[in-house]
Design a binder for this molecule. Sequence first.
Ligand SMILES: Nc1ncnc2c1ncn2[C@@H]1O[C@H](COP(=O)(O)OP(=O)(O)O)[C@@H](O)[C@H]1O
Ligand SMILES: [Mg+2]
Length: 369
Amino acid sequence: MTSPFIYEEPVASDDLVGRAAELASLRDRTADARNSRLEGPRRFGKTSLLRTLLADAERDGAVPVEVNFLGCVTTADVAQRIERAYSRQLDGPLRRWFDGLVRTLQPTVSAAPGGVGVRARPQAGAPGLLDRLALPRRIHERTGRQCVIAFDEFQEVLRIDPALPGVFRSELETHGAAAAYVFSGSHPGMMRELFADRRHAFFAQASPVELGPLPPDALADHLAARFAQGRRDPGEALGPLLDAAEGHPQRAMLLAHHLYQQTPAGGTADVETWTRALALARREVDGEVTVVWDSCTGLERRVLRTIAHRTVALASRDAADRFGLAKSGSTPIAVERLVGDGHLMRDESSRSGWRLVDPFLAAWLRGEE
Ligand SMILES: Nc1ncnc2c1ncn2[C@@H]1O[C@H](COP(=O)(O)OP(=O)(O)O)[C@@H](O)[C@H]1O
Ligand SMILES: [Mg+2]
């Protein structure tokens, strides 16, 4: 039997560990047609939680729509992504109505003057986009139902054109009871820029729901139960697994998957099983760790190594002696960049006040075998 642990795609609500409080808070807000933003590093379960929320909202009578903006590079892409999300996710009479309606909307791209190929409309003004953003209003007028809309990887919208969030705002502001929005993104820096900045007042009103690491007791319960369902016992590997995962949801599932695969049916994992599982998991993450490392400047690398060591403060003699991190005004700037990109998060129990988001990167930086 293959492992029941999913680590490469969002998980269904049955597999969701913890997050009850976060889900309840999102549900309360959406039920009142208030907007939220879901914050958390990559692979902390944002998309999984959004899908659970949307499934619950549908059961309560709302119309759920999930739009993922990852990969969009033009305003036309954004408009098309929204349109496609509706046509995939609406069903029954609403879908038939939508199929007709969509043909009356402004095109998302206009033909180039010579008729050769297509050309994106001027970025921010795109009327095709406004038409598509207005869809919840049309649905509400027609059915009286509220839409719950998840805009996932929303930082992409800001990346395309700094004026584009303004286009969203101008339409979304008018939705009142017709829709509740959850904005989610995996670039903490860009999300903060948009949602904490008073110049973007509309977005600043979307209250934050933050996803932190998963608590070890909830993880332990989940892993033990799933192993038991497959007639296996994580045995003495459970403790080291929880330590190695540091509450990182995807890393925990990746480790659990390999441990499960290494444990025979009817058997109990031991230290050797754990060693093999850890090596396999690390091998899988190798390429990713290298990509992060390659993308960092020399200063950022010294900052990461210092923080990974947990017991060294950033502006200390030790940091200078051991990791070449001289005391300098550039260090906080490097830290800020790494936080903005989702590589670092606050940790008051560490000497630097920070920790690496990815425990695998941290272990590699500490030179752990
Ligand atoms: N609450 C959770 N319980 C169990 N696994 C989780 C949880 N959150 C995330 N994961 C794991 O992380 C992986 C990525 O989840 P995903 O929802 O795609 O994260 P994000 O959207 O934040 O990048 C999943 O495949 C799963 O292994
Ligand atoms: Mg996601």
